[in-house]
Ligand binder design. Structure first.
Ligand SMILES: C[S@@+](CC[C@H](N)C(=O)[O-])C[C@H]1O[C@@H](n2cnc3c(N)ncnc32)[C@H](O)[C@@H]1O
Length: 220
């Protein structure tokens, strides 16, 4: 039996970790979390402040200038990615929901990052197919409908430059990914996605057992 480390992430522990990282949760991010929390149940889709810091960190690590996010919601993760970009950098955001993303637009403006974010409303797959086909992307974050992950991946991998990074969120799906009694459409889609990504020799990847499971893949 493999040893397993168990770390229960309480709110206090998460807060401590975030306070010991760069890019603290400023007023704009705090207000955005509060406004999103007021939406009720959908608020659970938002990345946590610790994962937001990691997005900023990783985007800076790869020196991202051209980035894409699939699944923007109220714009927290996009803000965390956009703040890592240089002034001439661009983050293309894909979402289908005008109401949720309009909350994000306000926050991006308050943060002085609106000029770095290009929100495209419509099915993510259509937006990705319209992107230039060359290897121009430095950083990709997939966090939309789980049934779309395989298609998003297939559009994005050829467009990422060698050494660029692809991230996919929720790949452990609250742990149900390894629960044989769970077989709903989203779980099946994530299993198919994880198997496909693991077998894709265009990338080298790790699955982080943090958050809700984060796949991180570097283009070879
Ligand atoms: C998990 S949320 C994204 C959370 C966001 N990354 C954050 O941290 O705040 C998923 C988003 O995907 C969007 N979405 C669902 N289906 C989509 C599709 N076919 N194309 C683009 N976006 C889609 C939803 O409207 C929702 O805002």
């Amino acid at each position: 039996m493999t040893d397993v480390r168990a770390l229960t992430v309480t709110a206090a522990l998460q807060d401590y970790a975030v306070r010991h990282g760069a890019w603290p949760v400023d007023t704009v991010l705090r207000d955005l979390r509060e406004e999103t929390a007021a939406l009720g149940r959908p608020a659970g889709m938002q990345v946590g402040p610790d994962q937001g810091q990691l997005l900023t960190f990783l985007a800076r690590l790869v020196g991202a200038r051209h980035a894409v996010e699939v699944g923007t919601f109220t714009g927290y993760s996009s803000l965390c990615i956009a703040r890592a970009l240089p002034p001439d950098g661009r983050l293309v955001c894909c979402d289908i929901n005008d109401e949720w993303t309009s909350i994000g637009r306000k926050a991006w403006k308050r943060a002085g990052l609106a000029d770095r974010i290009d929100l495209r409303l419509g099915p993510g797959l259509d937006t990705l197919r319209d992107l230039p086909t060359g290897e121009h992307l430095d950083f990709v974050f997939i966090d939309a409908d789980k049934g779309g992950y395989v298609s998003y991946w297939n559009e994005l991998v050829p467009r990422v430059r060698p050494g660029g990074l692809l991230l996919a969120d929720n790949v452990l799906w609250s742990g149900t990914i390894v629960d044989d009694t769970v077989d709903d459409a989203d779980t099946q889609a994530l299993r198919a996605f994880n198997d496909m990504a693991a077998a894709d020799d265009r990338v080298e990847q790790v699955v982080l057992t943090a958050f809700d499971g984060l796949l991180m893949a570097r283009k070879r």
